[in-house]
Write a protein that binds this ligand. Structure first.
Ligand SMILES: *Cc1c(COP(=O)(O)O)cnc(C)c1O
Length: 413
């Protein structure tokens, strides 16, 4: 019987537990495994080196780990993928995808904006690849005979640009498309259903969900699974079994956390829109936030990330300094709310021109909304935002048409 998403998130890759006589998966910490028979061990090594599942013994922890494999299976299931491969971090996962792609050609097409670290990896020549950066409409023209991968993020970090995956897939033609779906999670978006070949998550964010585990994962087809496992075996970018365990557990509450945080974010985004200290608010659920009409068609909800602009670097600093409940910190997707300044932090490594064209201005703040009581989050923003107002003209008209129910008592704090 095929269960629904939420049920699969709770029960995924746990089907054998009852037979094992346990309620939660055991954590397998072995770095090596006793081999009862040389011939069967050799057969297992041969399978693993080809990027297949072990036939019998996992042999050695860099080749395979059963605890990590449970997380991979559960995540693949949520993405509607044949399999998934987990790595030590999101960046390790992206690096593995690039190394795996390299055998097909040394040119990559990347749609900006991307997470700062991904942008940095692609602009560096570290992996011996050349990258053409483009906007979503320029993919077709950017493809060359030696292009081996198209990379995009949607919603994109940090500007929440929504990219039409099916359109980019069509433009890419024979070239496989990798979608970084970290912001959406498998709860809100399944890129493979729109023609992407690979979907990547920084598992550090929503999948773990509590800010205490670093990891990355790619869900994909059989061919790419084998390639990615081979790269992982060769480079050693494995994730620790306890991290694999934490991520597998994280999936059980993923839907609850994402939907609760999304409810909070929807409300905060609408209130921020009419706050006098704030210029642009970027959130897919706001009027104008989804110019391509991707909500529902591709993205099942606007998510829990909000970007908004205050007038200057100084104003942004003043907001960060005065927040008491919301933590100024990079990263996202935790149960607690985090806020950061992309131009100064996560996207500091991105060139000035690329930042400007992607809309990453000095006054831009990125808020990862958590699952706290939304009124406490609003109170905190409402008391901190007036500190930004010292840095701008205070007579900006408030557009109260947008939000007729906007509660005036929290307007200034
Ligand atoms: C954080 C992040 C990454 C990198 O993941 P790490 O786990 O930090 O290596 C990649 N893509 C996006 C969208 C991210 O937010």
């Amino acid at each position: 019987m095929k269960h629904r998403d939420t049920t699969r998130a709770v029960h995924g890759a746990r089907e054998d537990l009852r037979a094992l006589g346990v309620h939660v998966p055991p954590i397998d910490l072995s770095t090596t495994y006793p081999l009862d028979d040389l011939d069967s061990a050799t057969a297992s090594i041969d399978a693993l080196v080809e990027g297949k599942a072990p036939v019998g013994s996992p042999i050695y922890a860099r080749l395979h780990n059963p605890t990590v494999a449970r997380f991979e299976e559960a995540l693949a299931n949520l993405e509607g993928a044949e399999a998934a491969v987990a790595f030590a971090s999101g960046m390790a996962a992206l690096t593995a995808a690039l190394l795996a792609a390299r055998q097909d050609g040394e040119h990559i097409v990347a749609v900006r904006p991307l997470y700062g670290g991904s942008d940095h990896l692609l602009t560096s020549s570290l992996l011996g690849l050349e990258t053409t950066f483009t906007d979503p409409s320029g993919v077709r023209d950017a493809i060359r005979p030696n292009t081996s991968l198209v990379i995009l993020e949607t919603p994109a970090n940090p500007t929440l640009q929504l990219v039409d995956i099916a359109d980019v897939v069509a433009q890419a033609g024979r070239v496989p498309v990798l979608v970084d779906s970290t912001f959406a999670t498998p709860i809100l978006q399944n890129p493979l259903a729109h023609g992407a070949t690979l979907v990547l998550h920084s598992a550090t964010k929503y999948l773990g969900g509590h800010g205490d585990v670093l990891g990355g994962v790619i869900a994909t087809n059989e061919l790419w699974t084998r390639r990615l496992r081979q790269v992982r075996i060769i480079t050693g970018a494995v994730i620790h079994p306890t991290a694999g365990y934490a991520l597998h557990r994280g999936l059980q509450t993923l839907s609850l956390r994402v939907l609760a945080a999304q409810d909070n974010a929807s409300l905060l985004a609408r209130r921020l829109t009419v706050h006098p200290a704030i210029g642009r608010v970027i959130y897919p659920g706001l009027p104008g936030g989804d110019p391509l009409g991707l909500l529902d068609r591709q993205l099942r909800g606007p998510g829990a990330m909000i970007a908004f602009e205050v007038d200057s670097h100084e104003a942004a600093r003043a907001v960060l300094r005065n927040l008491k409940l919301i933590t100024p910190a990079v990263s996202l997707g935790s149960v607690d709310s985090l806020i950061q300044h992309p131009a100064g932090l996560t996207h500091r490594v991105v060139g000035a021109e690329a930042k400007a064209s992607a809309g990453i201005h000095e006054g831009l703040l990125r808020l990862s909304v958590g699952v706290e009581d939304v009124e406490d989050l609003w109170d905190d923003l409402a008391q901190a935002l007036p500190h930004a107002s010292r840095h701008l003209q205070l007579d900006r008209p408030v557009n109260s048409d947008l939000m007729p129910w906007y509660p005036t008592h929290v307007a200034t704090g």
